[in-house]
Each structure stands twice: as structure tokens, then as C-alpha cells.
Design a protein around this ligand. Structure first.
Ligand SMILES: C[S@@+](CC[C@H](N)C(=O)[O-])C[C@H]1O[C@@H](n2cnc3c(N)ncnc32)[C@H](O)[C@@H]1O
Length: 404
């Protein structure tokens, strides 16, 4: 059937059919996540950087403010920084805000040298014995199911991080430890040795250092006057309405929202790691020195099995209503939305957006004037479906909205 590519027009944005094709390729990319600081952590259901990059290029201009109200691992913020846009991200998960903040905090060559020397010392020192003092996190069960060798390796490095002098050096080192521990534990069948763990930490340090250098170079390319784009990341403890007040910290209201809300009807673990594929651990909270206490449903707009019973859509409507008043009148909201069953949930999602004050911008229609959307099959799923229908449970759709 012949499809018609529409041109999207706001006062400042016009996208022709070439732009729509770029968007389709970016949504459907199978490229590995790489470049800049994107590989600091394997955040569940993270964006492809290529997708975010194209959306930023097509829908915004240098100096604009970009908002991601469900920032996750901060892909939007990193790409906004690299493209010289101001940005602000919210997330209820302290793990998300920790990772996003670390990925967007620049370090000097001097900082990197200090961390590298520190790592050489820490990773090579002979471990004679580790004090078996119980920590708060052990008492509270955060370390349950954590293999003993990994607990020991993490404990040793974590204790030595305190010797780094500045907060941003410490955070950088903690994030390397977080990535290394995730690699050692999450969804693995066998546990690496202590030596393998230390080697991986050392390897990750190089990845991190190259990533931050790449981001610094990308920013410098754009900002000839040395003025950095602003980038703010907030752990919003579920109240996006209050969190939106933070937008006043930025030079202007966001013109572009790029986001991916929690998947609908899908069992997703944002805040714990899966040990031996069956058990779970809350180890990440120990490493970043933060508290959980909220349970899985807190991070997913209610329990995934009750999403069909409105909880999801009630929370989503509240969040999108608060965003509506916080963004620019010409603001555009670009989302990738994942579903366990899009035949049920897409319609409800569009109704929710309508109730929150938005109208969809169709970018492609068929001869009968029906909207054709761009879909994507989700590769390498690490999330768990509540349906056996693999095709429909592994799809995301691109939705573009503006204020009514
Ligand atoms: C699909 S993930 C976003 C991934 C992100 N696009 C990335 O590239 O890493 C959805 C995020 O929404 C967050 N979230 C859930 N409820 C929220 C709420 N009420 N306000 C803000 N964030 C929320 C979750 O913690 C999770 O990090």
C-alpha cells in the first residue's frame, strides 16, 4: 500500500520525508550501544544513542532545553550535552540518577590520572584478610544472594574509594565498580574469580576514561566560547509535579521531551540484579550508598500485572499533565513506548496522552488517512513478559505529540 510521508511543522521545526526516513532508521537500529559515556552501565530498556541523537537533530536547535522525565541511565542527557543542548532529567530510581549524573559529569585529565594511580594501588595490593564487620546493608538484606567472592571484591574496592579526594572522583570510581559488579552478577550462570573481577575493573576504568574524554571533545567542538550546556539530573521520589518546579533552574522551558516511560504490562527489574537467573540482589544500592525500600512496582507505575486495570494509566496521566504545563507551548514530546500487548495498550496509551492535553502528530498516513507508526522489535530483551506471544511482547512504538 502506498504510504504518504507528512511534513511535521511547528513554528521552528519542519521535517521532510528524508528526515522521516532518518527517524525510521534510528528507531529500528540494531547497532550496539556505544560511544561517549553510554557504556557506563547497562540500564534496562535503555535508548539507542543513535535514536536520541537523530531526534535531537531533527526536533531541536542548539541552545534549546530538552527534558527526559524518565531518564533511566541518562542517554538523553549525554546526547543533549554532546549536541550543545541544555537538558534536565528526572527519575524515581536513585540508581538511574546516580548513573545519569556520573555520565554527564566531566572530569579533567588530572582527575583521570589520580583515579588511575589510585586503581593501580588498590588492584595490586595484597589482600591479607577483610574485616568481617557487618554493614548496615548486610543487616538489611541488601547483599542477600550475592556470591561471596564478589561481595569480598566489592567490599575491598568500596572501602578504598573513600581515599579519593573529590566527590566526583569517588562517584566515577563507584560507577566503575557498579558496572563491574553488574557484569559479575546480573543474569550470569557462573561467578568470576576475584582476579577476573579486578581485571575487569581495570578494563572498565579505561572504557570510562575514554568515554569521558570523548564527551569532553564533543562538547568542546560545539561551544567555542567555552560555555557548557546546562545538564541537571534529579531523583524525583515519584512526584513529577514538584520536580517540574526544578525546570525554573534552566534558561527556558523545554521545547523537546525525549522519553521512554516504564513498559506497559511488562515485568522489568530496574532496581535489582538477577543472580543465577532466579534469585535477586539489591547490591547496586550498597555500591551507590542509597536506599531502596520501595519495591519493584514503584519503578514501573504499579505492578505489571495490574497495568491493565488502570493503575499504569492513572500514574502516567498525572505525570504527563504536570509535564504539559512545564514545557514550551510549541513543545514536542517524542516517546518510544514498549508494550507486552500493543493491541490492548496502544489505544489506552493514546487516550491517556489525549486526557493529559496532547494530540498526536501523524508522520506517515496511508491512502485511507490512517496513521502508520514506526515500530521496533526490541533486541536482547532482558525483561520478562507476562505473555507468551513473543512478537507482540517485544515491540516499541514511536509516538510524537504536541500540546493541544
Ligand atoms: C524505560 S526506563 C528509561 C530508560 C532510559 N530511556 C535510558 O535510556 O536509560 C523508564 C524509567 O522510568 C523510571 N520511572 C518510573 N516511574 C517514574 C516516575 N513516576 N517518575 C520518574 N521516573 C519514573 C524508572 O525508574 C526507569 O528508570
Amino acid at each position: 500500500m502506498k504510504l504518504i510521508h507528512l511534513h511535521i511543522v511547528t513554528k521552528t521545526i519542519k521535517i521532510d520525508s528524508k528526515g522521516i526516513e532518518r527517524l525510521r532508521l534510528a528507531v529500528q537500529t540494531k547497532d550496539n550501544v556505544q560511544g561517549l559515556t553510554h557504556n557506563y552501565y547497562r540500564y534496562p530498556a535503555r535508548f539507542s544513542p543513535k535514536f536520541v541523537h537523530e531526534v535531537i537533530e531533527l526536533f531541536s536547535e542548539k541552545g534549546d532545553v530538552i527534558l527526559d522525565p524518565f531518564v533511566g541511565g541518562g542517554t538523553t542527557l549525554v546526547e543533549a550535552l554532546a549536541s550543545n543542548r541544555h537538558s534536565i532529567g528526572f527519575d524515581v530510581s536513585p540508581i538511574a540518577s546516580f548513573v545519569a549524573q556520573t555520565k554527564t559529569t566531566l572530569l579533567s585529565e588530572n582527575d583521570l590520572q589520580i583515579i588511575s594511580k589510585w586503581a593501580d594501588f588498590v588492584l595490586q595490593k595484597r589482600i591479607v584478610g577483610v574485616k568481617s564487620t557487618m554493614t548496615f546493608y548486610e543487616d538489611e538484606g541488601y547483599l542477600n544472594n550475592l556470591p561471596w567472592t564478589i561481595k569480598r571484591s566489592v567490599k575491598i574496592i568500596l572501602a578504598d574509594i573513600e581515599f579519593l579526594k573529590t566527590e566526583k572522583q569517588q562517584r566515577f570510581a563507584k560507577c566503575i565498580l557498579l558496572k563491574t559488579a553488574q557484569w559479575a552478577i546480573d543474569c550470569r550462570k557462573s561467578t568470576p574469580t576475584a582476579k577476573h573481577f579486578r581485571d575487569k575493573f581495570s578494563y572498565n576504568l579505561k572504557i570510562f576514561s575514554n568515554g569521558i574524554r570523548e564527551l569532553t571533545t564533543a562538547i568542546a567542538k560545539h561551544s567555542k566560547d567555552n560555555s557548557l550546556p546546562q545538564c541537571i539530573c534529579i531523583n524525583n521520589s515519584s512526584d513529577t509535579i514538584n520536580a517540574c518546579a526544578e525546570l525554573n533552574l534552566l534558561p527556558s522551558k523545554p521545547k523537546l521531551v525525549i522519553t521512554s516511560p516504564p513498559y506497559i504490562g511488562v515485568h522489568m527489574l530496574y532496581h535489582q540484579w538477577q543472580v543465577n537467573s532466579r534469585k535477586r540482589t539489591r547490591t547496586p544500592f550498597w555500591i551507590i550508598n542509597s536506599l531502596d525500600g520501595q519495591g519493584s512496582a514503584f519503578y514501573t507505575f504499579g505492578h505489571y500485572q495490574s497495568h491493565a486495570k488502570k493503575t499504569y494509566f492513572e500514574i502516567a496521566e498525572k505525570v504527563f499533565t504536570s509535564i504539559h504545563s512545564a514545557i514550551h507551548d510549541d513543545g514536542i514530546v517524542v516517546q518510544l513506548v514498549g508494550f507486552s500487548d500493543h493491541k490492548i495498550f496502544l489505544k489506552k496509551y493514546l487516550e491517556m496522552m489525549n486526557a493529559a492535553g496532547y494530540e498526536e502528530i501523524p508522520i506517515i498516513i496511508d491512502k485511507l488517512n490512517r496513521i502508520k507508526r514506526i515500530w521496533r522489535n526490541v533486541p536482547n530483551r532482558k525483561w520478562y513478559n507476562n505473555t507468551k506471544n513473543e512478537l507482540s511482547s517485544s515491540k516499541e512504538v514511536l509516538l510524537i505529540h504536541r500540546k493541544k
